[in-house]
Design a protein around this ligand. Structure first.
Ligand SMILES: [Zn+2]
Length: 386
């Protein structure tokens, strides 16, 4: 059965800075056209101060982590709602069984923080609300939560149209449009069950620490993370990173259309705020990362460095390709950066390329020009800039 593959769960081998012609090798993803390229990175090797707080045990559903934190006021806060992979009806009972093994019942979950508006993190929000949990999400994530699967379909249509405007051949967009949602379930979450994270930024925990929600737009417009801080500042911060930082892949930008359901398919540039969000997190004394996928990371600095190095290298290659062309579509730039990439994966390469073109545009190095009929976008290198 074909199922949705969340963005950036698709490791590919790390690129060689010396080889600019090599395409990313075969990925593990079931539907590569829906996800940007991600690089496999080695396990963090550096040692850092080990936090004294015990490492929490996540609830796992597929390869998603749901992180439980007992609240000082009673009940438990859960970071991320989880989902039903391929609409598997066994997912919810599996969550309940894991809660039981932690000595918890469904009704003990009073707050569910959704780190971002992707189905694997938000898909069960309505289910949690139905058993009495308050759903907390960034304001920008709320429309996706209240739309459910309909929102996912609207994003998919807008994404295909945007890639076509950026030069993708019809067979590339046809693959995207052919992606099935029949086996996916994402129930709309009632708006009255959702509290914007901006209105509830901190939660005192039963162990004396404080959980703080921090907006970190980039991976999605409504992306947030949580930091957990001890009262005496003796230890550093735990970071519930969602998909902002992951232990075995480097999260990359996406193509996002925050108002697609209202018929407005303006694209939200993803990578510039993503880079700023990660830079802001790097400035915090984070000593442990509890990611949305994969194992706890006890040496976060290495992850930050790898994220920044990856995007610096990719950005330089995109810039060089655009400079050599003078003017080109994002498809042509992606083809120049990855000349041997299989056609089936060009959509994800274009997605990351557009992200880097957005960064170059912000820096005044590139300029996007839309044709008079609005059908095509051509990127121009702006000469004379540093
Ligand atoms: Zn995810």
């Amino acid at each position: 059965m074909e199922g949705y593959v969340p963005a950036c769960r698709h490791p590919v081998a790390a690129e060689s800075a010396a080889d600019t012609s090599r395409a990313p090798p075969t990925s593990l993803c079931k539907r590569p056209s829906e996800a940007p390229p991600c690089d496999t990175i080695p396990s963090p090797m550096t040692t850092q101060t080990t936090p004294t707080s015990p490492t929490p045990r996540p609830i796992r559903i597929a390869d998603n982590n749901l992180w439980p934190f007992p609240l000082a006021t009673g009940g438990t806060l859960l970071v991320d709602a989880g989902w039903e992979p391929d609409a598997d009806p066994a997912a919810w009972p599996a969550i309940e069984a894991q809660l039981t093994s932690l000595g918890l019942a469904l009704r003990d979950i009073r707050v569910v923080v959704v780190t971002h508006e992707h189905i694997d993190h938000a898909g069960l929000a309505a289910r949690w609300a139905a058993v009495g949990a308050r759903i907390v999400a960034a304001h920008a994530a709320v429309p996706a939560l209240t739309a459910g699967l309909e929102g996912l379909r609207a994003q998919r249509l807008a994404r295909a149209a945007e890639l076509a405007r950026h030069g993708a051949p019809s067979e590339v967009t046809a693959t995207l449009l052919g992606a099935r949602t029949a086996q996916q379930r994402w129930e709309p979450c009632p708006i009255e069950d959702i509290t914007p994270a901006e209105d509830a930024p901190t939660y005192p925990l039963a162990d004396g620490r404080t959980l703080r929600l921090r907006l970190a737009p980039g991976h999605t417009p409504g992306n947030l993370v949580a930091t957990i801080q001890a009262p005496d500042d003796a230890e550093g911060l735990d970071l519930c990173s969602g998909d902002t930082l992951l232990p075995t892949t480097i999260p990359t930008p996406g193509l996002h259309f925050p108002h697609a359901l209202a018929g407005d398919t303006s694209r939200w540039p993803s990578l510039p705020p993503f880079l700023r969000s990660v830079a802001a997190l790097r400035a915090l004394p984070i000593t442990r990362i509890l990611p949305g996928h994969g194992d706890v990371v006890a040496a976060p600095l290495r992850l930050f460095a790898q994220f920044e190095d990856h995007h610096a290298r990719r950005g330089a290659r995109v810039r060089a390709a655009l400079e050599a062309a003078g003017a080109a579509t994002a498809f042509e730039v992606a083809r120049a950066v990855f000349p041997r990439l299989p056609h089936a994966r060009i959509a994800q390469a274009m997605t990351e390329t557009i992200g880097h073109l957005d960064v170059l545009a912000e820096a005044g190095v590139a300029r996007a020009e839309t044709t008079d009929d609005l059908a095509h976008v051509v990127w121009h290198h702006v000469s004379g800039t540093a």
